[in-house]
Design a protein around this ligand. Structure first.
Ligand code: CA
Length: 226
């Protein structure tokens, strides 16, 4: 049975979430402090972490960074303010999703379920490798080389570039690109994809890709030329 760990110092919120998860057959534990999270994940048996950004002893961002040092466990942030959302969407932290307070426990349960499905179902094309022009994709290692240089990509940049390289020249919509990489609100999808395309372009440029191989098709999406 899947198990969720909720780190939240507001017990009313935590109780509502615990109740909603348990009534859907998902086991859930709760902790109040940031410093409790990593030891519990290390101990094993945690399938998803729901992490409040504002915890009493440290921020959820610090906790997420610590977790990413040793674990790929999906992290869903609970955020209270717009500036927190911006940081979550920066995604340098390796967060998988976020929910904005106030939220309905039902909505959070749906997000948790989506993460659980994703971690159970391997990607259909995992394990293959691919060469496209100057690009070489190593799917086992989640690495992409450009002209034999290893690109230092976040997992989202990797997902975007991998998706584009599967069908060079084909225009993929932002929604299609989101599907390949992560779950999020539809209304934040465009901005999230654009943000990652921007950072990806900067890395490709730094690796000597000139002209920019990623084409923007206004109102449609992105394509890559190899
Ligand atoms: Ca809090």
């Amino acid at each position: 049975m899947p198990r969720v760990l909720i780190a939240e110092d507001e017990t009313a919120i935590a109780d509502a979430v615990l109740y909603a998860l348990r009534s859907e057959g998902i086991e859930a534990d709760h902790c109040l402090l940031a410093r409790e999270v990593a030891p519990r994940v290390r101990a094993g048996g945690v399938d998803v972490v729901v992490l409040d950004v504002g915890l009493p002893d440290a921020s959820g961002f610090d906790v997420c960074r610590e977790l990413r040092g040793f674990s790929d466990v999906p992290v869903i942030f609970l955020t209270a303010r717009n500036d927190e959302i911006d940081r979550v969407l920066g995604l340098e932290l390796g967060a998988d999703d976020y929910v904005t307070k106030p939220f309905s426990p039902r909505e959070l349960v749906a997000r948790v379920r989506a993460r659980l499905r994703r971690s159970v179902a391997p990607k259909a094309d995992a394990g293959a490798s691919l060469e496209r022009g100057a690009f070489a994709v190593d799917r086992d290692g989640h690495r992409i080389r450009f002209r034999d240089q290893l690109l230092d990509l976040t997992r989202y940049e990797y997902a975007l570039l991998d998706a584009l390289l599967q069908r060079p020249g084909a225009i993929l919509s932002r929604a299609q690109l989101m599907d390949r990489g992560w779950d999020s609100d539809a209304d934040s999808a465009d901005r999230t994809v654009d943000t990652h395309v921007k950072t990806l372009r900067a890395k490709l440029r730094a690796a000597g890709a000139d002209p920019d191989p990623i084409r923007t098709h206004r109102g449609l999406g992105y394509a890559i030329e190899t």
